[in-house]
Design a protein around this ligand. Structure first.
Ligand code: G
Ligand code: G
Ligand code: MN
Ligand code: NA
Length: 254
């Protein structure tokens, strides 16, 4: 079978699940959010890397039903944590370009939020620069509609695309997520440290929050603290976890 055929079957056989990776406030160390990350465990192929099947799902259009399932499932799960007392917890969900460009994208998000009774203001959509920076006019309208609802917008993989810094100013986003490739090269002679520093300073001057992903060691933590990065995510604190393992990391006061 082709990977595509396996993926179609995986869908019907319940082989797709979600993991949740904590996002922490760097100053307080509190878990302020979780990113939902899709996982596929095939009895035939084993664990298939999302870097392989997400692009395939995008090409074939399967990302549309898959993406809706992810949003619905994640809202149900995180909604249950809200009701258990962790009412401030934010949920970050990755949105593919093809989902975002559906003319009725907002209606679909609204429907899922209503169905799961999820607090709009606790949802953050993670989208890449290329997703939001194409077809600028429509994109700004959709992003504005989301923002009016209180939904947060985070620019994922920041620094890797062709974003115009001028555009950044006019886009109604709340946060940039610095791509992990920058942090992994902190010690390189190519000035990655200076680039991260500049990205944080620029984002802050535009009133945007900054999250760094792929934080794996203490040197990276110290570096980010000294530059006043707002939030962090990475193996240093936690890997993406099964839902059942998450509550142990949450604080009741958050
Ligand atoms: O979890 P991991 O690092 O293996 O994810 C690899 C890539 O797959 C990341 O870039 C991530 O954004 C993407 N990804 C994970 N889950 C989803 C999802 O539910 N929807 C979309 N569109 N992308 C996802
Ligand atoms: O691009 P996006 O934010 O969607 O990427 C999230 C992906 O990053 C997930 O697939 C997750 O498995 C991966 N990831 C999370 N933390 C770390 C880390 O500390 N190091 C590395 N190498 N990958 C990480
Ligand atoms: Mn992401
Ligand atoms: Na990313």
């Amino acid at each position: 079978l082709l990977l595509e055929q396996h993926l179609r079957l995986a869908w019907t056989r319940g082989e797709i699940s979600l993991h949740y990776q904590p996002q922490l406030d760097l100053k307080t160390g509190a878990v302020v959010g979780v990113e939902a990350l899709v996982r596929w465990h095939s009895p035939v192929l084993g664990a298939v890397d999302p870097e392989r099947f997400i692009p395939l799902a995008e090409e074939t259009g399967m990302i549309l039903p898959l993406g809706e399932w992810v949003l619905r499932q994640a809202c149900r799960q995180v909604g249950s944590w809200h009701r258990a007392g962790y009412s401030g917890l934010r949920l970050a969900v990755n949105i593919a370009a093809r989902q975002f460009r559906q003319p009725d994208f907002i209606d679909r998000v609204d429907a899922i939020l209503a169905e799961t009774e999820f607090d709009h203001t606790r949802l953050v959509l993670e989208m890449t620069e290329s997703t939001v920076m194409e077809e600028t006019e429509e994109a700004i309208m959709t992003l504005t509609d989301l923002k009016v609802r209180g939904i947060g917008l985070s620019l994922d993989d920041f620094g890797t695309g062709y974003s115009s810094l001028n555009h950044l100013r006019s886009f109604p986003i709340d946060q940039i997520k610095i791509d992990r490739s920058f942090l992994s090269d902190l010690q390189s002679p190519f000035g990655q440290a200076a680039i991260i520093e500049a990205m944080i300073a620029m984002a802050h001057s535009l009133g945007l929050r900054v999250i760094a992903e792929g934080v794996e060691d203490k040197a990276q933590v110290d570096f980010l603290m000294a530059r006043h990065c707002d939030e962090v995510q990475g193996f240093f604190w936690a890997h993406p976890l099964k839902a059942e393992d998450l509550p142990a990391l949450l604080r009741a006061d958050y």
